[in-house]
Design a protein around this ligand. Structure first.
Ligand SMILES: Cc1cc2nc3c(=O)[nH]c(=O)nc-3n(C[C@H](O)[C@H](O)[C@H](O)COP(=O)(O)OP(=O)(O)OC[C@H]3O[C@@H](n4cnc5c(N)ncnc54)[C@H](O)[C@@H]3O)c2cc1C
Length: 451
């Protein structure tokens, strides 16, 4: 596989801010590259030894290999099928963990916590590398869990930037076998690392991906906290996916635990900027990703927000298995009653992530077309650039770029009233396009009816 040097990374990925902060670029650099949170509130690599120009791998650099190629190397064994939209899979399941202690603590059905616990319990892995509340300056970070008690603190989805740099260093220095939980681009980075370095190839035994809409900068968290009228310094931890009994699973709340012990909860419907479709404080690179479910991972977990399951406030997972050993664990879990799960047809998976697929296939094609027109370098993608036909969809994607960029560079992330003044004019325009397209659809329906 073609590796690149840091200078090339700087001239391409970093220059245009196509960095997800995964930290994979630090792993081969012998300490020459470090990750830091920058003024936009996202992790970014920094070269600290100026004379060196280390070789790096990066999920958004041009390594002349893509998700299909990487996945095929691992999963093309006759047991897996291939779907044009989401790649290799052995089986798709929907359901939840029967033990309510695990399910209610998880974001969806608690599947990731159950699986990682099982892997430790059955000694199939020595270490689980995942995201937990941090005791340092940041709210969350990648940490290593060796037993059930340590693992427990790591459930729930964290809409917060994280980097694997320190845990990759730990893996390098400590023999053992590891399971890594990460977002799709982080797992792609791990696969690239495994291709370039024997230690990572041997020690990382399993990869677990979360489905991913997009990741936020730290400013998203600051914006949420500011709407509780508390100072960020008073906050001990934040739960972005607080479940509300009786409400549909996608109508969750944000909960803050203050250092005083007090817990404050607000439904997301009452919090400005939480509409995922607006994409406020979204990392720019998330608009240049075409892997929604973590196609290169051994197993992937997402939210089953489709009519059949969304009404259950306790949460339901969609699971995509690829690695036969992990598939077997899931099947055993179903047989023993630890997992309440059933196979799900591929169309249902696509339905559950319909917005994500649209935005990062059709939308990505249009964004790549716009960049190409402006002579900008873009990460190589499986989706070709295209000036899509629908004028309305083009407008929607253009307005979303504006929302992303205005929020990314806004200095008003701790002042919701000022932020609203920047954001709402664009949101009104976006709503008008949606209203207009709803009217057009209705008019066409009536016309067809008369025909
Ligand atoms: C940024 C982000 C965007 C997402 N977007 C979508 C989406 O568009 N559609 C969808 O269906 N699902 C999405 N998910 C996944 C979903 O929210 C659940 O995480 C998933 O269904 C697993 O739920 P669970 O109850 O099985 O996990 P839990 O049992 O709650 O365990 C969660 C695991 O994920 C790890 N984790 C938490 N946050 C991060 C993070 N930022 N990076 C890496 N690991 C982390 C935890 O350490 C833990 O091991 C997203 C998650 C994140 C973090």
């Amino acid at each position: 596989m073609k590796t690149i040097d840091f200078k090339e990374l700087q001239a391409t990925v970093l220059k245009e801010n196509y960095c997800s902060g995964c930290g994979v670029c630090t792993a081969l650099s012998d300490g020459a590259i470090q990750m830091e949170i920058n003024s936009r509130g996202q992790y970014f690599p920094k070269k600290i030894q100026s004379k060196q120009n280390p070789q790096v791998v990066c999920p958004f650099a041009d390594h002349q290999t893509d998700e299909n190629f990487l996945a095929e190397e691992h999963f093309h064994d006759g047991k897996t099928k291939f779907h044009l939209q989401f790649g290799f899979y052995q089986e798709i399941f929907a359901g939840y963990v029967a033990d309510e202690n695990i399910r209610l603590k998880g974001s969806s059905g608690g599947g990731v916590s159950w699986l990682t616990n099982k892997l430790l319990d059955e000694k199939l892995t020595d270490y689980v590398v995942h995201v937990k509340p941090s005791t340092g300056k940041v709210f969350f970070s990648y940490e290593i869990s060796k037993n059930a008690a340590e693992l427990k603190e790591g459930s729930k989805s964290r809409y917060y930037p994280v980097s694997m740099n320190k845990t990759l260093q730990f893996i390098k220095e400590n023999p053992g076998n590891y399971t890594i939980v990460g977002l799709p681009c982080f797992i792609k980075g791990i696969r690239l690392l495994q291709k370039s370095d024997e230690i990572f190839r041997e020690r990382i035994k399993y990869t677990v991906s979360l489905f991913c809409g997009h990741l936020k900068t730290t400013h998203y968290t600051s914006m949420l906290i500011s709407q509780f009228q508390v100072n960020e310094k008073e906050v001990e931890s934040i739960d972005y996916r607080h479940k509300i009994p009786g409400k549909p699973a996608n109508e969750y709340a944000t909960a803050l635990k203050l250092k005083s012990g007090e817990i404050l909860v607000k439904p997301n419907k009452e919090l400005f900027g939480t509409d995922w479709g607006w994409g406020l404080f979204k990392l720019k690179v998330c608009d240049y990703c075409d892997d929604i479910i973590g196609e290169t991972a051994d197993i992937s977990f997402g939210d089953a927000w489709i009519p059949e399951f969304v009404r259950d406030w306790k949460g339901t997972n969609i699971i995509v298995t690829r690695n036969p050993e992990l598939h077997h664990l899931i099947e055993n879990g179903i047989q023993s009653g630890e997992l309440q799960m059933k196979p799900l047809p591929p169309e249902k998976l696509i339905e559950s992530q319909a917005g994500g697929f649209r935005h990062r296939r059709e939308g990505l094609a249009y964004r790549l077309y716009l960049d190409q027109k402006n002579g900008r370098w873009t990460p190589p993608k499986r989706v070709p650039p295209e000036k899509i036909k629908s004028k309305k969809r083009r407008k929607i994607y253009e307005l979303r770029i504006l929302l992303r960029d205005i929020s990314l560079y806004s200095e008003n992330y701790k002042q919701p009233e000022l932020l609203k003044k920047e954001i709402m004019p664009i949101v009104h325009k976006l709503n008008k396009v949606y209203e207009h397209s709803a009217w057009t659809k209705l008019r066409l329906k009536i016309k067809n009816l008369f025909k």
